[in-house]
Design a protein around this ligand. Structure first.
Ligand SMILES: Nc1ncnc2c1ncn2[C@@H]1O[C@H](COP(=O)(O)OP(=O)(O)OP(=O)(O)O)[C@@H](O)[C@H]1O
Length: 343
């Protein structure tokens, strides 16, 4: 059975990947929300089609589960180009990347997920490939090593990262367009849910969709996952009938709270409030307190907590806001907020 962490985790695993594939929008016009990114991207793609040239390289940044992979697939579909998919951690050596780059076809879209986790030598090879559509294949070792230049087909790189700040400037600068993906509004998630319900042949009344959307952590992947748990609950306990109350009972059962906070979000806030008096406290100290890697706390939990106005990142460390104290029904102690009246 799923733990609440798995249920609201923004990462997809196993069978979920298959269901996700079925629910993915295929064209830009079907993609819900992210209006600004959609419009910007549409211009980049249309002008490339007009010129008959591959568009500039595209970087997408933002928390997991917001649709970066979906958009990469859409870019290829809109261009009518083939898509090659890889990820930063798979590119350990320059040779791994060279093998892909040298077999790209004209105009192909190369999607590198988690591009900030690519090994350094591969990254350096990518600079030249992005700029000049060329790679230098190094033959031999030591002083006798020679670089043999190899032309590659013009391609479009689509990179995705949850941590744009970790990308070295020379790599970041080689992208002609950066799409900043943000958490979805509740109304947008309602649209995602009603589209998914239609594709899954479910009847989802608006009020029930509203309830699920409000608990989806601003993330389409989580919305789709909660929808399936509500369907399970309705099938077993309510003869398949979904109402707001049934959705709410199902989500309570799975311990998804009214703001959609997951186990990690709650652990981070509880540690911050109870162990560190609301902060300020450094990221690594906070991460140790919840038994997670600092990167997980920073990438997975914090962006949503900041967006919900529950946590602030300050130069002196992480600070819980008045709303965080209120969320847990705790009184704000004197001297809270680390002396900052901003929060
Ligand atoms: N704008 C959207 N409209 C409808 N569904 C969406 C949208 N964005 C994402 N989804 C749904 O959410 C799921 C997750 O999206 P996707 O895999 O593209 O996220 P991601 O940002 O690439 O996450 P990760 O980086 O973890 O792979 C997809 O299956 C898709 O069904």
């Amino acid at each position: 059975m799923n733990s609440d962490r798995e249920l609201v985790s923004p990462d997809a695993e196993g069978d979920e990947r298959l269901i996700e594939a079925a629910l993915r929008p295929r064209r830009l016009s079907e993609f819900i929300g992210q209006a600004r990114v959609r419009e910007q991207l549409s211009l980049v793609l249309q002008s490339a089609l007009l010129r008959g040239r591959p568009p500039d390289h595209v970087l997408m940044s933002g928390p997991p589960g917001l649709g970066k992979t979906t958009l990469a697939m859409i870019i290829a579909a809109e261009l009518g180009a083939p898509l090659r998919v890889t990820s930063g951690p798979a590119l350990e050596r320059a040779g791994d990347l060279a093998a892909i780059l040298s077999t790209l076809s004209d105009g192909e879209v190369l999607f590198i997920d988690e591009i900030h986790r690519m090994a350094r030598p591969a990254e350096e090879m990518l600079y030249l490939a992005m700029e000049d559509f060329r790679v230098d294949i190094v033959v031999g070792k030591g002083p006798g090593a020679t670089a043999i230049p190899l032309d590659i087909a013009p391609f479009t790189l689509v990179g995705a990262t949850t941590r744009a700040g970790l990308l070295p400037a020379p790599l970041r600068d080689r992208f002609g367009f950066t799409a900043h993906m943000d958490f979805y509004e509740r109304a947008e998630l309602e649209q995602v849910l009603s589209r998914s319900a239609r594709l899954l042949s479910m009847t989802l009344p608006g009020e029930a969709g509203e309830e699920i959307a409000g608990r989806s952590r601003g993330t389409p992947r989580i919305a789709n996952r909660l929808l399936r748990r509500v369907r399970d609950f309705a099938d077993v306990r309510a003869e398949g009938l979904i109402t707001r109350d049934i959705a709410s009972a199902a989500l309570n059962l799975y311990e998804v709270d009214a703001e959609g906070l997951d186990r990690l979000d709650r652990a981070v806030l509880t540690a911050l409030l109870r162990r560190f008096g609301g902060g300020p406290v450094g990221l690594s100290t906070l991460a140790v307190a919840v038994g997670e890697e600092p990167e997980t706390v920073e990438v997975v939990a914090e962006p949503f907590l900041v967006r919900q106005g529950l946590l602030a990142r300050t130069p002196r460390g992480r600070v819980a806001t008045a709303a965080a104290w209120a969320h847990f029904g705790l009184p704000v102690p004197p001297g809270a907020f680390g002396g900052l009246d901003e929060v």
